[in-house]
Design a protein around this ligand. Sequence first.
Ligand code: COS
Length: 384
Amino acid sequence: MIRDPQTLQALLDAVERFVRERLVPAEAQVAETDEIPDDIVREMKALGLFGLTVPEEFGGLGVTMEEEVMVMLAMGQTSPCFRSLFGTTVGIGSQGILLDGTEAQKKKYLPLLATGELIASFALTEPDAGSDAASLRTTAIREGEHYIVNGTKRFITNAPHAGIFTLMARTDPQDKGAGGVSAFIVEANTPGISIGRKDRKMGQRGAHTADVIFENCKVPAGQLIGGREGQGFKTAMKVLEKGRIHIAAICVGVAERMLRDALNYAIERKQFGQPIAEFQLVQAMLADSQAEIYAARCMVIDAARRRDEGRNVSTEASCCKLFASEMCGRVADRAVQIFGGAGYIADYGIERFYRDVRLFRLYEGTTQIQQIVIARNLVREAMR
Ligand code: COS
């Protein structure tokens, strides 16, 4: 749903200009230093990127899913680490509060998230609970007016920068499944929280993940999202469902960027007396990439529209994440192939994208988890 085409176009123009003039020129530096410069972070805040999905009444831009997708297609035209810095705040880190939080929780946190003053992280994954998220072991045991949290969360994006964590923890240790899990808003400066060292990753330098360790961390009972125990897994699933459309849009954007770079290279690079773009074997790689990008783009916009209409998009969100992330991996591979030897050399940039996009098939639910969600939904529907 696009509510106001002019306002959306103004936002997209601003984001596209920011990406072109500020982010693309900074890509190599960020990859080198593993840090996004402070002035770029300030500009992201001024553009409203941290508050994209926060409703206007709480100081955000309150974009619809379709509008969010359009912004992510634009953000995808540069290194994905930039999106990652505000991505957890507009997405998985804040949506639990937005979807299931009490009015008081929304009032307290959403305005701070909208301005970027607080960065939100999503703390679900653990050393022994990844795809099988419902088996998480971190506990939150009620003692009077507090919950005492113990456990370790792993690969938590933006953990070193987070002001709050949307934490999934087991409030009912007798219930080993999804029903024993509750969601909390935990302020990062609560005593008993420590952050591990930054993970050394394959790619996405500039985006930081780390362990978050809770040791007898006392969380006020009022921080339980929605004030109800046992709802945390469902909150996490709803949040991830939306996040999968968001990530799929980024996959499409980055694939477009890689194809553009590969096409420009193929036009400039001459072999056997002509641009390699004129060879049909190279053209096949360009054409297959374009067709797949177009397909993924259509899927993502369609799923976003359906969600905006209030329809159940569990299957569509997983289809988007599955297809767009796998497509992005194929486009990255072809782009490196078109660059030839230069594709393997850091100075040309495409090898960085090749490493960066590998994450898309893993996080916010692996390809195999998306297959499981899609197939389960199909079987459930058919058996009704
Ligand atoms: N929206 C709302 N509720 C949902 C939901 C969704 N999209 N998906 C599941 N639920 C609900 C179910 O309806 C069920 O509720 P009831 O018990 O009331 O019926 C409950 O949540 C448990 O669901 P389910 O039985 O399907 O849970 P499973 O343990 O079998 O797990 C998968 C299902 C595999 C789909 C889930 O564990 C998953 O998505 N894993 C991947 C996690 C992930 O993406 N991790 C990435 C790291 S976080 S960035």
